[in-house]
Design a protein around this ligand. Structure first.
Ligand code: FCB
Length: 442
């Protein structure tokens, strides 16, 4: 059973999250090409080579989707704006249709009593900027600041919160070192540059939004609990390094203005010259921090170049992503983030959820495993709050089944089932369970 909202601290907010490329339908409304379109068009990168051309057609169906959010009793909706929809070439010309669309979206949220929580970048880099080196090019920080200004001059007066970049680790490491996401690089020099420029772009966007007079600005980082695969000192060191470049790098830069020494040992030689001078910009003060949390990894040492470790298959129950279910990790990150980095600032869980083998049978989707997953993680949140951690909200990933990046439409994370042939929406059992938990009636 899901805990009821009355069991959370006064004012605790419940939300659901989505992102532009994963739901909107990128072929609609004059959006420009993105590096995800290119990545998906390259054989072997994405399941069935699927892309976000149609996705959930939220571009035309947003009102129906927001009605479902309102009916469930959500307080806040986390969405993202697409750079290439607003500026098809990434710089210069603005697509008026794109800005009008986000304007309508924000008003549509407000009309339904939903607080708009905006993210400016959830991964669909305009291809024209990828041509110029994308996250490897230092100029991206200024291109991003310009885009931020264009978007926020239009909707910044009405959004409840804003964050520049979703999951810097995925933008940099997953996409430039592991090569799992666009642009699909496996290159340590590209990685070091992206690991730095993504922070710089974050800082420049925060400055830009402050300049527009906006408040409630934050950073959204994904975190994965790193457990040593065995009791050896070598495994402990390997897990600690994984924790360093995954979880500590960005928090340390944003809240302390420095990179962790253990990670710099490996990335230092590949960093862009003069990076030290950017740290004050990266550490531009924010008003809250968002944690996206899904799972843990078991880490063991391995031969080969830095970081010289590997992931080991774990024993815990897993979701359809093959990700172990480990709610203790969420409690750990809530406590550590407040203690070591963000202090008294509000923390939000900006994403948490699971992919399930969800099937539509006779008009129903019985996703009991998702209800259980959410319940376990919400209990971890309650316990951290009881310990005094200033956690003030929780967003489920995701409102809708959607385009799950390299896994195409195969993995279903939604509270609402989407039939990708007909685009019909069907609320799952988890949606109904959350609606009951969020009800304001006694
Ligand atoms: C997060 C992403 C989100 C989705 C979930 C499953 O890393 O922010 O877009 O892919 O994972």
């Amino acid at each position: 059973m899901l805990p009821h909202r009355s069991e959370f601290p006064e004012g605790f907010l419940f939300g659901a999250a989505t992102s532009s490329y994963q739901i909107e339908g990128h072929r609609f409304g004059g959006a420009g090409r993105t590096h995800w379109d290119d990545f998906a068009a390259t054989p072997g990168n994405v399941t069935r080579a699927e892309n976000g051309a149609t996705a959930c057609d939220h571009y035309h169906r947003w009102a129906e989707d927001f009605d479902l959010m309102q009916a469930a009793g959500f307080d806040v909706y986390r969405f993202s704006t697409s750079w290439a929809r607003v500026m098809p070439e990434g710089r210069g010309a603005v697509n008026a249709e794109g800005l009008d669309y986000y304007d309508r979206l924000v008003d549509g949220m407000l009309a339904r009593g939903l607080k708009p929580a905006a993210t400016l970048y959830h991964w669909e880099l305009p291809s024209a900027l990828a041509d110029l080196g994308g996250w490897r090019n230092r100029d991206i920080a200024n291109w991003f600041a310009d885009y931020t200004e264009v978007v926020m001059r239009r909707i910044g007066d009405r959004v409840w919160s804003a964050a520049p970049i979703n999951e810097p680790w995925c933008v940099a490491w997953l996409s430039h070192f592991l090569g799992h996401h666009a642009p699909g690089l496996r290159d340590i020099r590209a990685t070091a540059r992206a690991m730095h420029h993504v922070g710089l772009a974050h800082g420049r966007a925060i400055e830009t939004m402050r300049g527009l007079g906006m408040g409630n600005l934050g950073a959204v980082c994904n975190m994965e609990y790193a457990a040593p695969a065995d009791d050896s000192a070598a495994a402990a060191a390997a897990a600690s390094l994984y924790d360093g470049y995954y979880n500590r790098w960005f928090l340390s830069a944003m809240f302390k203005g420095e990179y962790p020494a253990d990670v710099l040992e490996g990335l230092g030689p590949h960093m862009p010259a003069g990076w030290q001078a950017d740290m004050a910009t990266i550490a531009a003060p924010v008003d809250w921090v968002g944690i996206n949390y899904y799972t843990r990894k078991l880490i063991a040492p391995a031969p080969g170049p830095w970081p010289a470790h590997r992931e080991v298959d774990g024993p815990l129950p897993k979701t359809e992503m093959g990700w172990e279910i480990y709610p203790e990790g969420l409690g750990f990150f809530l406590r550590r983030t407040a203690r070591d980095y963000s202090g008294d600032l509000p923390i939000y869980i900006t994403e948490n959820g699971m992919a399930g083998a969800d099937r539509l049978v006779a008009g129903r989707v019985e996703d009991a495993a998702r209800i259980d997953y959410l319940a376990q993680h919400l209990r971890a949140v309650q316990s951290a709050a009881a310990d005094g951690v200033p956690v003030q909200g929780y967003f489920t990933w995701s409102l809708l089944d959607n385009y799950e990046w390299a896994l195409g439409y195969e993995k279903r994370f939604g509270l609402i089932h989407v039939d990708f042939e007909t685009l019909q929406r069907t609320p799952k059992a988890s949606y109904h369970a959350l609606s009951r938990a969020l009800s304001r009636k006694a």
